[in-house]
Design a protein around this ligand. Structure first.
Ligand code: PLP
Length: 400
């Protein structure tokens, strides 16, 4: 057990998650497993589980459990048909499969035009970079200083050759939420398909996929209090797609590999919990976010918000606060806060050993020097007012 886990302040945890560190404020990176998700999953983890593709009785039982989970996911995500739901290993796989699989299905062998936003996760940017290496033209569409991409911005980037547009629903660093419905409509008007990385939006933003009108979407279950290594790829019926995982033909030939029935069950359970409590939890998080933002701004004039979620709350996630602190480096702040038991993140690639500032902050026009002093604080179900106040007490010593 880590020293953090043995402190008496574990009392601050709102619902019991016994091994959560004392002041965990990195929910955008991952969330703790909800005990109710574990309970729903346990029968499929313990005891013998047959291969859901086997024809015998045990195999058919496993298949039925898998399909029941697929129906549940379809309903929670507002998809039209369970066949549009493909289980994957996470957000990264779903993003890669969408970008690469849709482009591989193009009938014409001619290079095409692809638009991705400049603030995408690397799970979208990297496959886009590969498309460019293959000869396709890739436009990296920058948002405004507020982190938002308007339909007009997208329309002016589209060309008659645009085959695919990928714009994330909610950003993982500064929390901007895009108007996916209208952006997808613009892509379609220009004859392009539309994918959205909805990993951070899941459980926070309305998810009626059929109504949103997207052709493909990516999800990750560990961001909504489910296990890691479980994801969903939504492919609207009729979306041209060539599998990136050929093999035994599972998932209707769209993603081969013996399915993770327990993971699928966990996804269905985590989604029901996230959707049922969404409005109340969003309101609770929003008030914690405002408390934190106001406390941080009052601490020092060196603290600046990357975007201000208070201005247009509908355009920003309620659980992410991204700041920069003049004269302080992210890593120093993270380590100082960590030594006091607060676990936060930097909105930069420094975790990967890179000396580059966050591409998201740079895309917003934030100077590189300022971007090196970024800090992302992300809240979740176990965050309380006391957690925020304790963080605000500790913060001045981290930026001294
Ligand atoms: N997309 C976004 C926006 C994310 O925040 C993440 C994870 O941080 C991913 C994709 C990758 O998801 P996974 O960790 O399930 O591969």
């Amino acid at each position: 057990m880590s020293p953090l886990q043995s402190t008496p302040s574990a009392k601050l945890v709102r619902t019991p998650v016994s091994d959560l560190p004392r002041y965990y404020l990195d929910y955008a990176a991952t969330t703790p497993l909800d005990p109710r998700v574990l309970e729903a999953t346990t029968p499929y983890l313990t005891g013998f589980q047959a291969n859901p593709n086997s024809l015998h009785t045990s195999g058919r039982e496993a298949f039925n459990a898998l399909e029941e989970a697929r129906h549940g996911v379809c309903e929670s995500l507002g998809a039209h048909d369970p066949s549009e739901v493909i289980f994957t290993s996470g957000g990264t796989e779903s993003d890669n499969a969408s970008i690469t699989g849709i482009m591989a299905a193009r009938k014409s062998g001619k290079p095409a035009h692809v638009i991705v936003s400049a603030i995408e996760h690397h799970a979208v940017l990297e496959p886009a970079r590969r498309l460019s290496a293959m000869g396709h033209k890739v436009t990296y569409l920058k948002p405004g200083r507020d982190g938002l991409i308007t339909p007009e911005m997208l329309a002016s980037a589209c060309t008659p050759d645009t085959a695919l547009v990928s714009i994330m629903y909610a950003n993982n660093e500064m929390g901007a939420v895009q108007n996916i419905h209208d952006l997808a409509a613009v892509a379609h008007e220009h004859g392009a398909l539309f994918h959205t990385d909805a990993v951070q939006a899941l459980g926070k933003c309305p998810m009626g996929l059929e109504e949103l009108g997207v052709d493909a979407a990516s999800f990750s279950i560990h961001k909504i209090y489910g296990p890691k290594g479980v994801g969903i790829l939504y492919l609207r019926r009729g979306t041209p797609f060539v599998t990136q995982m050929p093999g035994g033909g599972q998932e209707s030939g769209l993603r081969s590999g013996t399915q993770n029935v327990a993971g699928a069950k966990a996804a269905a359970a985590a989604l029901v919990l996230a959707e049922n409590g969404r409005d109340a939890e969003n309101a609770r998080l929003r008030s914690l976010q405002t408390r934190l933002v106001e406390g941080l701004l009052a601490t020092s004039s060196r603290v600046r918000l990357v975007v201000d979620p208070r201005e247009h709350p509908d355009h920003y996630l309620p659980n992410i606060i991204d700041i920069t602190v003049d004269g302080c480096e992210s890593e120093t702040m993270i380590l100082r806060l960590d030594s006091k038991g607060f676990e936060v993140a930097a909105a930069s690639a420094c975790s990967a050993g890179s000396l580059e500032p966050s591409h998201v902050l740079v895309a917003l026009g934030i100077p590189r020097d300022t971007a090196f002093g970024s800090l992302r604080i992300s809240l979740g179900r176990q965050t309380t007012e006391q957690t925020i106040d304790a963080f605000l007490d500790a913060f001045p010593s981290a930026i001294r």
